[in-house]
Structures are given as structure tokens and as C-alpha cells.
Design a protein around this ligand. Structure first.
Ligand code: AR6
Length: 174
């Protein structure tokens, strides 16, 4: 689809308005993409996350929601932090919660007047969401958002050819 690109790259190097972080509800950093983004962006990201946590989400950011901070030293302007579902415990809400991550991140990007955004494959690492299933949810969510927001350019960024191929094959079936 026009406005959707798939690529193999390190998301921390993306030259876009907003990169999305597959965070956890603490917003205090972690492993995977989260660790890479905090390392690349520097301590300004953590400092803004702590402020957001204290003012808006003292109990943590709920699964499926999204908040934005600076991207610090990265080329992007903003990081949009979203919390994907943990596959072993999301039960019959997995798809809905993962879709919310994409939609709420896109809404946050729009509110920031961004026209370009890069997503990692949310929940498909440490949180264990099967990559093919997650791909279908991700693609459908983004596609539906783009139907009414044609000025957004969306990149799906994968850290390996294997992940890229799984995504590309899964969305062909849609
Ligand atoms: N660029 C693009 N994709 C990447 C990169 C990168 N630099 N690094 C990893 N991936 P994960 P989750 C891929 O585990 O499953 C953290 O500790 C990776 O191969 O980062 O949502 C948080 O704090 C995988 O396909 O996120 C949470 O506690 C995908 O990004 C928890 O992990 C997502 O993997 C979130 O787990």
C-alpha cells in the first residue's frame, strides 16, 4: 500500500518525525528496542518519561496506550512510547490491545504534526507475540488509520531479514 514501507534497519537510526518504542508500563526503559532507543537517545528521554509517569501515569502506562517524549540525540524528533500486550497473558484481548498500540501511536504522531513514523514489531520480542499474527494486526491497524490520514508515511522496521520476511508473507495473506 502507498505510504507503507517495510525495511530492515536499526530503528534508532531512522530519519523520521517519530519513532515508536516498544516500552513497558514503567516507562523506565528495558531491553530490546526500548534499551536501544534509550541508549541512542540519551538521558533526556528517561527524564521526560519519569515526568510523564509522575504526572499522568503513576500506576504505569496501560497496555495499548501511547505517550510522546523527545528523541534526544536521535535523528527523529519524538519517541512515542507504547506498551504492547504480553502474549502469554493477554488472552482474548491480544489483537485489540496490539491494534490499540498502533492506532494510539499514530494519533499521538498526528497530534505532534508528524508526517512520518517508524514502528518496530511491537510485542514480538520479549513479549512473545507470534510474529505472523502480530504482522496482520499491525498492518490492518495502520491501513485503516491511513484511510482517513493520507499525509502520514509509515515505516515498519525490522532488525532481521527473518522478521521482515515473516511480516511480508503474513500481510500477503490479508
Ligand atoms: N530496531 C528495530 N527492531 C528491533 C531493534 C532495533 N534496534 N531491536 C530489537 N528489535 P522487543 P517487546 C525487534 O523485545 O516484545 C523491553 O524490555 C525485535 O527483534 O524490543 O514489545 C521493554 O522494556 C522484536 O521483533 O519488544 C519491555 O519490557 C521487536 O523489535 C519489553 O521489552 C520487539 O522486541 C517489550 O517487549
Amino acid at each position: 500500500m502507498k505510504n507503507i514501507n517495510l525495511k530492515i534497519a536499526d530503528i534508532t537510526q531512522e530519519d523520521v518525525c517519530a519513532v515508536v518504542n516498544a516500552a513497558n508500563s514503567s516507562l523506565l526503559g528495558g531491553g530490546g528496542v526500548d534499551g536501544a532507543i534509550h541508549r541512542a537517545g540519551g538521558e533526556q528521554i528517561l527524564s521526560e518519561c519519569k515526568k510523564l509517569r509522575a504526572s499522568l501515569h503513576p500506576d504505569g502506562l496501560p497496555t495499548g496506550e501511547a505517550v510522546a517524549t523527545t528523541a534526544g540525540n536521535m535523528r527523529a524528533k519524538y519517541v512515542i512510547h507504547t506498551v504492547g500486550p504480553v502474549y502469554s497473558s493477554c488472552k482474548n484481548r491480544c489483537e485489540e490491545l496490539l491494534a490499540n498500540c498502533y492506532i494510539n501511536s499514530l494519533k499521538a504522531a498526528s497530534e505532534l504534526k508528524c508526517h512520518s513514523i517508524s514502528f518496530p514489531a511491537i510485542s514480538t520480542g520479549i513479549y512473545g507475540y507470534p510474529k505472523g499474527e502480530a504482522a496482520k494486526v499491525a498492518y490492518k491497524s495502520v491501513k485503516s488509520f491511513l484511510e482517513t490520514n493520507q499525509s502520514m508515511e509509515v515505516n515498519f522496521v525490522f532488525s532481521s531479514k527473518e522478521s521482515y520476511d515473516i511480516f511480508a508473507d503474513a500481510v500477503k495473506e490479508l
